[in-house]
Design a protein around this ligand. Sequence first.
Ligand code: BG6
Length: 513
Amino acid sequence: MKRNSGIESRRKNRPSKAPPPPPCVMVIFGGGGDLVKRKLVPALYYLSLSGLLPERFAVVGVGGDDHTSESYREYLDSEIGNMVSGELSQEVWKNIERRIHFLRADFRDQESYGDLRALIEKVDEQEGTGGNVLFYLATPPAFFAEIPARLAEEGLTAEEGGRWRRVIVEKPFGRDLQSARDLNGALLKSLGEEQIYRIDHYLGKETVQNIVAYRFANSTTEPLWNRQYIDHVQITVAESLGVEGRAGYYDQAGALRDMISNHLLVLLGIVAMEPPTSLDADAVRLEGVRLMRSIKPIADEEVPAVAVRGQYGEGKGADGAILPAYRDEPGVAPGSVTETYAAVRLMIDNWRWTGVPFTLRTGKRLARRRTEIAVVYKRPPLAMFRGSTVETLPPNVLVLRIQPDEGIEFGFGAKVPGAHMGLDSVEMDFCYEDYFGDAPSTGYETLIYECMCGDATLFRQSVGVEGGWKVVQPILDAWSAEPPKDFPNYAAGSDGPAAAALLAGDGRRWRPI
Ligand code: BG6
């Protein structure tokens, strides 16, 4: 939605000031998968458009698919036009395409890694990439520990003579605290912590990074960013889509594992952390970890009062079309008790936030797609309005809109024109697109770029990932011990289960989705 349509886009003619990263080969395990064609290759295209792909660069897709390098290039060429917005620049794309290779491989077979070493050496010599390799694990999680171990055995993870070797690990990073610890332990046998880049694609979103700028680059924000002025914070990641062909994974995971243990806690971390001493990776991540440690642990008996789960039944979409129940989606077990909605109330025990509830909610097949953080301020005293027609004062609400319709709005009370003192809530609204234009992205560009540059600020450390699992583990345990009896408990296309209303607590209300 374009709100301030009179404002000209100021982004045009504003080339990126960042330098291109050093030369490298990007090896993508799971090269035939969905993520590669939908996100990673389009991200490389967008990076190239902004001049942020290394001049000396190559891609090697690795997978069990029946491809040669030539057929792999043809396959990506047939997909790319549908995956990027706007008209595809053939010049930019062809320049990437010609440097794409494919290796048919069995991830469990050491011989394949010998073939990979030979291919990397060949490509490295051809393109002059200086021996630098970025390995991207876009595979099922079962391979996350094995691939680095086999790479190490083949000598492919060794950093010698100034060359670097880095590994991006996709999510899900474990399925609970113990498995995340095991995975971290296994990775650290083959790699140094500084070689491991654990991805959470929410950290790559421009609007998520802008939260840091909004909080710390404006002197009006921070003085009020604490328990004295803020009543509560609502973090919402609502999706209108269902499981979209990923039932095999999702039915084993559920909303708490899939979204809250990582993406929503990442958002909470950025909103609530203390100011880091600099934008340095160590400084920022240290504050993230401190914050995670300040979250009050949930006692087993508290779970029913602080966590709500739901699963969608049949309902109607915004266009009136019937949407099937989760249990009727292809690939979902008929009596599945997997939650497609989860809401949690967390408290942070530190000087800044004691007493301020942070409510987090996420779900599939909700009324619409909307990711936002709403900071609800305390109401001012009503005293001076007594005797007027004003009976309640609406609180100020600051909404950081992450997606779609990216922006920031601030709601405040204003006098309704007229002879009497009447108040209404009005909004000031900043819309990204109006100021900076429409910059298409997949959300992976910055992450890939930063990894190539060796900057881990936007990636998660082992302690951060484990911290996230620690927060949700009591809920995972309680929910698995007691299967839900009321599923499905919300209609597809609605705002989620009625029980979630209670979580907002003490007369507070969730914002409508
Ligand atoms: C993924 C989850 O990590 O994030 C998906 O596995 C979810 O279930 C997706 O749909 C949401 O990401 P985005 O960027 O569309 O908000």
